[in-house]
Design a protein around this ligand. Structure first.
Ligand code: MN
Length: 760
C-alpha cells in the first residue's frame, strides 16, 4: 500500500468519527453532510499539495495536519472552518499553493484562518543579541504576545489551531536534530505553554510543558519519571484508597443541601485526586532545589463542597483521620491570593507515611481556580469590560468553556472580534510582521514613528492593508501598515502633523526634528536647563569645575563636545536629571577631596550597608528588605519576592504571604530562590511576643537581661491585658534563628515570665 492509500485510510477513520460526533447538550450532529463534504475537499487539497513530502519521522506529511485536526476535535471544538484550516494549515507555506487558491476553493473565512496561521510562523523565541532591533527576552516575548493578540483579535481560532499544531510538533520532535529539539522546546516553554495557559487550555499547556522539559533536561526528567514509576508501582492504590475513604466519610458526615442551589450547577461534594506533572516536579526540584522526597504535593486530593461551612467541616474530619504535617496549612479562604484564589490547603500523612496535599474549596472557589477572572463572568452574568488584555483573554477562555453548539462557536468568533477586544489599545503590524501596540485613535503617523524615528521623518504616505490611506487614518487592530517613504533624506515632518498625531512619542519626535534645525538655540536652552537643575539640587560649581565634571560623566563617544551635549538637552533628546546622581557623586568626591585631601575620596561604605547577607539567584546588587510578616533569620529557608519599585523582599518559606506552590502562584517569575551568605555582617531583626506578670521592675529586668546577653532592642511595645499580665511585642537584633532561640530560652527561665514565642 502506498503512502496516499495509508493517508486516505486514516482520513476515512477520522471522517467516520466526525460523522458520529454530537454536541454535548443535545442529540444534534456536530457535522452535517455538507460540512463533511467540505472537509473532504480540504483533505484532498492538502493531500495533493503535500504529495511527496515527508515528516522528519518518515511518515507522509499529511499525517501532521490530520493529527492537528484530531487534537481540536478531542477538545470538543466542532467547527468545520477550524478543522478545515487545521487540515490546510501548512499548505501555503510549504507547497506551491497560494492564499488565492484557498480563497477560490473555500471562501474568505477559511482562507483568512490559513493566512493567519501562515503569519504566525515567524513567532520565535530569540536569544539575546540575535536580532539588532530586539534587545531583551522580555521585548521578544512582548512581540510574540502582540502577534498572538493580533491574530486572536482577527480570529481566536487561529491561536487554538496554532497550539494544536505545536502539540503535534512536540509529539514528533524526537525525529529532529538536537539543536532543533532544544530551540523548539525552549520556544514551546517560553511562548506556547504560557499562551495555552492564558487561554485556559490546561490540557495543551501541561502536555507542552512536559514534552518541552524532557528535551531540555532529559536526564533530570528520566530521574523524575523513574521515581514516579516507582511510586506508581509501589503506591498504585494509594490515591484511590484515600479518595474512596474520603468519599465514604463525607457521604456519612456532610449534611445534604437539598434545593439550595440553582439547577444545572454542581451541588454536593466531589473528591478528585492527581499526581503532580513531571514539569511541576521538575520546577520544584531544580528551581527550588528540593529533593523529590521534600515535595509534599506530589499527590494531592481535592475536595469540593457546597459552602464555606462545609469546607471547615471537611477540614476537621481530615484532621481526625490523617496526621497533619506542621507548617503545611494555608488558609486561602481568609487570605485570598492576589488573583482571587481561595481554598484551604493542608498536607497530611496516613498510616503509609506518604504525605499528600488536601485542597478544600467550594464550587464557586473551584470555578475561580479553574477559569480565573472568567469565573465571575460565568457566575455573575457579565463582568465590567475593564482590565484590558487580561480581561479579554479571560473572556475568550470562558467562552471556550461554553462552546456547546455551532452557534456558540460563531458567537465566540464575532464577540471577540468586536465586543470585547481590548478597549484602549490597537494592535497593528508592519508588512514584515513586527507588531506594535498603540493607543486607540493612533494614526498611521504614530505608527511610522513607533517603527523608527527616521521612518516617521521620511514618511510621505501610507498603505493600510494594501490600500493608500490619508495620514489621519485611525488604526484598527489587525491592520497591516506599510509606510511610504521619501527618497530625499533631508525630508522632514510637516508642522500640521502635530495636530493629527495621538501619541506623545510621535509628537515629541516631530518637535525634536524642528528643534534640531536651530542648534544655537538648543545649546543655550540646554545650558539653562543644566543650571536650573543644579540650583534645584543645591549644587554650586564654578564653570570650570562644572565642565570638568560633565566631561567625566557624559558618554564621550556620543558627545564629541559639551555643546553637543547641551544641544541634546535643549531639544529634549536627553533628560539631564538622569545624569544628576552621577554628577552628585562626582560633586561629593570633589568636596571630600577638598576636606580630606590625604584620604583621596569617599570611603566605600555603601556596599556594607546594603549587604544583608542574602544571596539571590541571578541578582547581585539590589535593595533587599526583610518581610515584616515573618521576620526571616539566618537559618530559615527563604525566598525573595520582587516588589514593584522597592527591590526584593525576603520571606520565610512557609510564611502566610508565600504561596505554598510557587509554580502555580500568580506571577511565579517574581519569586526567586534565596539563601544566606557565609559572610554576614549585620544583625537581623527577630520578633518576640512575651507575656509577663505585671510586677514592679519587670520591664527593667527583661531589658536588663537582653542587655546582658548583648542583644539590642529595636522596638518595644507593651500593653496590659487587664488580668495582672501584660503582653510585650518586641523586635531584637540577633545573628540568626539559633541566636533568637537562645534569647527565647533565657527569657523563659526568668521569673515573672509566663510565655515567650517567636513571631514569624
Ligand atoms: Mn504544522
Amino acid at each position: 500500500m502506498d503512502n496516499q492509500e495509508t493517508a486516505r485510510e486514516r482520513y476515512g477513520a477520522l471522517r467516520e468519527h466526525m460523522q458520529a460526533m454530537k454536541w454535548p447538550d443535545s442529540n444534534k450532529r456536530a457535522f452535517s453532510s455538507k460540512d463533511i463534504e467540505l472537509l473532504d475537499r480540504a483533505f484532498e487539497m492538502a493531500l495533493a499539495a503535500h504529495t511527496g513530502q515527508e515528516r522528519a519521522s518518515g511518515e507522509p506529511y499529511i499525517i501532521h495536519p490530520m493529527a492537528v485536526a484530531e487534537l481540536l476535535l478531542e477538545l470538543g471544538l466542532y467547527n468545520r472552518e477550524m478543522i478545515a484550516a487545521a487540515l490546510l494549515h501548512d499548505v501555503v507555506e510549504d507547497t506551491d499553493l497560494i492564499d488565492d487558491d484557498i480563497a477560490a476553493e473555500f471562501g474568505d473565512e477559511i482562507s483568512a484562518l490559513v493566512q493567519g496561521l501562515t503569519k504566525l510562523r515567524d513567532i520565535k523565541y530569540e536569544s539575546q543579541g540575535k536580532s539588532e532591533e530586539i534587545v531583551t527576552k522580555e521585548e521578544t516575548q512582548a512581540q510574540n504576545y502582540l502577534k498572538m493578540f493580533i491574530a486572536m483579535a482577527r480570529d481566536p481560532r487561529v491561536i487554538i489551531v496554532k497550539l494544536a499544531d505545536r502539540v503535534h510538533n512536540m509529539r514528533t520532535l524526537q525525529y529532529k536534530n538536537e539543536e532543533k529539539q532544544r530551540d523548539t522546546a525552549r520556544e514551546t516553554l517560553e511562548i506556547y505553554a504560557p499562551i495555552a495557559d492564558m487561554m485556559g487550555i490546561r490540557h495543551f499547556k501541561e502536555e507542552l510543558e512536559d514534552r518541552a522539559i524532557r528535551f531540555l533536561d532529559p536526564h533530570a526528567c528520566e530521574e523524575i519519571e523513574q521515581k514516579l514509576t516507582f511510586e506508581a508501582e509501589h503506591r498504585a492504590d494509594f490515591l484511590r484508597i484515600i479518595q474512596e475513604r474520603l468519599r465514604e466519610l463525607l457521604a456519612q458526615e456532610l449534611p445534604a443541601h437539598k434545593g439550595s442551589s440553582k439547577s444545572g450547577e454542581h451541588t454536593g461534594f466531589r473528591v478528585e485526586g492527581r499526581v503532580k506533572s513531571v514539569h511541576g516536579i521538575y520546577r520544584k526540584m531544580y528551581l527550588q532545589r528540593k529533593d523529590f522526597e521534600e515535595i509534599f504535593d506530589i499527590y494531592a486530593v481535592r475536595v469540593i463542597v457546597d459552602t464555606v461551612h462545609d469546607c471547615w467541616n471537611v477540614f476537621g474530619l481530615i484532621q481526625e483521620i490523617y496526621h497533619p504535617i506542621p507548617n503545611r496549612f494555608k488558609n486561602y479562604i481568609a487570605n485570598k491570593k492576589a488573583n482571587g484564589y481561595q481554598s484551604i490547603h493542608l498536607t497530611v500523612t496516613g498510616k503509609e507515611a506518604i504525605p499528600f496535599e488536601v485542597q478544600i474549596r467550594t464550587w464557586e472557589m473551584h470555578a475561580l481556580a479553574e477559569y480565573g477572572v472568567a469565573a465571575h463572568w460565568k457566575y455573575k452574568q457579565g463582568v465590567q469590560k475593564s482590565g484590558g488584555v487580561e480581561q479579554w483573554v479571560n473572556n475568550v477562555r470562558s467562552m471556550l468553556e461554553n462552546v456547546t453548539d455551532a452557534d456558540s462557536v460563531e458567537e465566540l468568533v464575532s464577540s471577540i472580534k468586536s465586543d470585547i477586544a481590548p478597549p484602549e489599545k490597537v494592535y497593528a503590524m508592519s508588512p514584515k510582521g513586527k507588531a506594535f501596540e498603540l493607543p486607540l485613535g493612533a494614526t498611521v503617523i504614530d505608527f511610522a514613528y513607533a517603527v523608527h524615528t527616521e521612518i516617521g521623518h521620511l514618511m510621505v504616505g501610507a498603505k493600510v492593508n494594501n490600500r493608500i490611506t490619508p495620514l489621519d487614518y485611525k488604526l484598527q487592530t489587525g491592520d497591516v501598515i506599510e509606510i511610504l517613504k521619501s527618497s530625499n533624506p533631508g525630508k522632514g515632518p510637516n508642522r500640521d502633523w502635530l495636530k493629527i498625531v495621538k501619541t506623545s512619542q510621535a509628537r515629541s519626535k516631530i518637535r525634536v526634528w524642528f528643534k534640531t534645525e536651530r542648534k544655537e538655540e538648543n545649546i543655550s536652552e540646554g545650558r539653562l536647563e543644566v543650571e536650573r537643575e543644579l540650583r534645584r539640587s543645591f549644587i554650586r560649581l564654578e564653570p570650570a569645575e562644572l565642565e570638568e565634571i560633565l566631561f567625566r560623566i557624559i558618554e564621550r563617544r556620543k558627545y564629541p563636545s559639551l555643546d553637543e551635549f547641551y544641544a541634546s538637552i535643549g531639544y529634549g533628546g536627553v533628560v539631564f536629571a538622569k545624569y544628576l546622581p552621577r554628577l552628585r557623586e562626582e560633586y561629593q568626591k570633589m568636596i571630600q577631596a577638598h576636606l580630606f585631601p590625604e584620604e583621596g575620596g569617599v570611603p566605600e561604605t555603601k556596599r556594607i550597608i546594603n549587604d544583608k547577607g542574602v544571596i539571590v539567584e541571578g541578582i547581585d546588587n539590589c535593595l533587599v528588605r526583610f518581610a515584616q510578616c515573618c521576620f526571616p533569620l539566618p537559618g530559615d529557608e527563604i525566598v525573595g519576592y520582587i516588589t514593584r519599585g522597592t527591590g526584593l523582599t525576603i520571606h520565610k518559606i512557609g510564611c502566610i504571604n508565600v504561596p505554598g506552590d510557587l509554580n502555580t502562584a500568580p506571577e511565579p517569575d517574581r519569586w526567586l530562590l534565596a539563601r544566606w551568605s557565609e559572610k554576614r555582617k549585620s544583625a537581623y531583626l527577630g520578633a518576640l511576643t512575651i507575656v509577663s506578670m505585671d510586677q514592679t521592675g519587670m520591664m527593667a529586668d527583661i531589658s536588663g537581661l537582653l542587655k546582658n546577653i548583648h542583644v539590642d532592642i529595636s522596638s518595644w511595645q507593651m500593653r496590659p491585658n487587664g488580668d495582672g499580665t501584660s503582653t510585650i511585642s518586641t523586635t531584637v537584633g540577633v545573628t540568626g534563628r539559633g541566636h533568637l532561640e537562645t534569647v527565647l530560652s533565657k527569657l523563659r527561665q526568668m521569673s515573672g515570665i509566663i510565655s515567650v514565642r517567636m513571631d514569624g
